[in-house]
Ligand binder design. Sequence first.
Ligand SMILES: Cc1ncc(COP(=O)(O)O)c(C=O)c1O
Length: 450
Amino acid sequence: MTRKIETADTLREEIKRLTAAYYHARFGAAVEKEAESPITNVNYAGRVFDEKELVSLVDSSLDFWLTEGRYTREFEKKFKAFLGLEYALPVNSGSSANLLALTALTSGLLGKKRLKKGNEVITVAAGFPTTVNPIIQNGLVPVFVDVEQGNYNILVEQAKRAITTETRAIMLAHTLGNPFCIEKIMKLAQEYDLWVVEDCCDALGSTYKGRKLGTFGHVSTFSFYPAHHITTGEGGMVCTQDPVIAKAVRSFRDWGRDCWCAGGQNGSCGCRYTRQYGELPLGYDHKYVYSHIGYNLKMTDMQAAIGSAQMDKLPAFIERRKENFRAWEKGFKPWEAYFVLPAAEPDSDPAWFAYPVTVKEAAGFSRTEFTDYLNQKGVETRNLFAGNMVKQPAYLHTEKRIVGNLENTDVIMERTFFLGTYPGLTPAKISYVLDCVKAFFAEKKIVKQP
Ligand SMILES: Cc1ncc(COP(=O)(O)O)c(C=O)c1O
């Protein structure tokens, strides 16, 4: 009997076929079982994937290329096409994307426009720490402005009043996917010649006047942590239309090097041994010339392989998030007397990261009482991240300027929470949560209008 000699290609196809079968046995069956079981817990977020992500991941692992490679290029291409931008640079997290986006603006490549130590950057204290941390990490000064209740985004008039001769940039997240008033912020930026960094980590696919967030500011960032619109496990992206910013981001991301040859490529920059840099000898290998004090924040090809498969699902994911938000809107409407319900920015269509709710002061119960009740019923809730960041231990003694008394930010810290909108949330799960809400009011005998 002759033994069939298997080639790497035929083995790869067999492994891919088995991987898809494995997905159905390991994960598909679990999804079906969960759908048939009574609901006892509801997560606020989670990765949503099928055999395509698993096959893509295994396919990439079989290359054993590991660093930036064919899947990274594919993922970048899909992301750029989705946003309609020229540059999309994959990184290892949304936090790294924020660090790179702002640090790029300190690059000497920008000449007089570069950010310098001591310059002020306008931001908000109601949000995620790593939107603000790059400001501090770069020796810049965060200027904290208050936010609007129910919309959780910056008060633009207050931002305008906060501008001084030291102000050089605005760095803000679109809170939970709801756009901040990007048009007014861009106008302000134009008027005062400021950089704008759009943190879109929670806002992939949200639009303002039909245009995608992340395409307005000078540079924008995205996160692919599992709670987000798509996932690569850990991962993020920095996007821009500006070739100089893109060059600076790439350099800071890749150890600070000057050369733009991709990993494993030699001499594609066309100037490997011909130029003189700094005080190095003429012709010093460009591969080892460093023009920035950089990091290594690159994404691996296996992460990109998952991301590329997730991009194909993104339009459907966005629709599911919108549907789930609408279901919460309908379900919470009867309790509006007790809660401040979220409002989308006018002219926007958010791909909501979450459904944020603030317990009214006169509700007769606290946020903690309410979320503790839901959590005991297996319903996950989250606070709006850091609440009021300036009251967090890490920020108490950092250099900063605070505008006004951040009273709405304090309300968020004390009384706001959110529920998920992720695509894994089914109508049955939403209905379970709404039954729990009803039971809370019944058990606590809270029936009067506050
Ligand atoms: C608004 C915002 N910015 C940045 C980040 C950081 O992203 P990552 O967890 O990928 O570092 C998050 C994380 O959830 C976020 O919500």
